[in-house]
Design a protein around this ligand. Sequence first.
Ligand code: ADP
Ligand code: MG
Length: 319
Amino acid sequence: MNEFDFIRRYLQRQPSDSDVVLGIGDDAAIVRPQPGYDLCFSSDMLLKGRHFFADVAPEDLAWKVLAVNLSDMAAMGARPRWVLLSAALPELDEAWLAHFCDSLFALAAQHGVALIGGDTTRGDLVFNVTIIGELPQGQGLRRDAAQVGDDIWVSGRVGLAAAALNSRLKNCVLPPEAAPECEAALLRPIPRVALGRALLPVARAAQDISDGLAQDIGHILKASGVGAELWADSLPTLPALKQHLGRAQWLAYTLAGGDDYELVFTAAPEHREAVSVAAEAAGTQVTRVGRINGSGGLQIVDAAHQDITLTSLGFDHFG
Ligand code: ADP
Ligand code: MG
């Protein structure tokens, strides 16, 4: 099988989307956005050894490659529509690629997303997805929109993926009852697309948590020129994990672990009910974990309102 057989056999599936004017097979793809919508673009790259283990199952890898990009659309409140996939592959292993592509197309179908192009080259397992979504004109959950007095909310649960990663790195031992959920969080994060879209008329600022909650919320604070108080013991967790891990470890994974792909967002207190309705409609749990204030910085406190200091706020590739 050569590069072109691979593209034809595995990637050139009929786009189910009528807004794809020209899909895979030409020099470039053509899509037609709906009138009245803005286009929203993002890309995310995953490298072997940096973002995933070399022995990861192709199904899990494909899921994550696409899910992290869908998560960026979720964080904007956008409807994901089209993706481009660039892949550096060490070889064209048909069985591996069949599993990879089946998983990729299954997740894409779940979200009504069409693969419209990309690039394939030989290399040591790198994937880059570019995703394009639609937003009603002028709307979008931006990082610079938080206001003093806003509630801070988090979707799902945080710290599970970091716990699984650290268990693999032998930094901690997971309690057996928590291990499967932590592993799933690491390998198959669920992009909160429905929640993001439901929050579009309700929330102010939002972002997805990829590098650690404390660091990622810091981006909202900086962009919005505000500060915040974050209630560490209100953070949604897996109770078995919180009980089993040491306090410092639990705090580190939950506040600074990363790879959560949950949404952190702010909304005015008068919208509490509307946030709950949106979360229910999206089938995703949300938890109120803090408050935006005018302090200009991030203060993390425990249940007794004592300050918590972290040695690291999150992951930085060059930190
Ligand atoms: P070009 O030489 O013009 O870059 P290619 O031969 O690289 O074209 O690709 C041929 C077609 O296959 C293009 O439509 C391209 O978008 C698509 N394609 C190549 N690699 C991928 C991939 N990994 N995923 C999706 N589409 C791909
Ligand atoms: Mg090319």
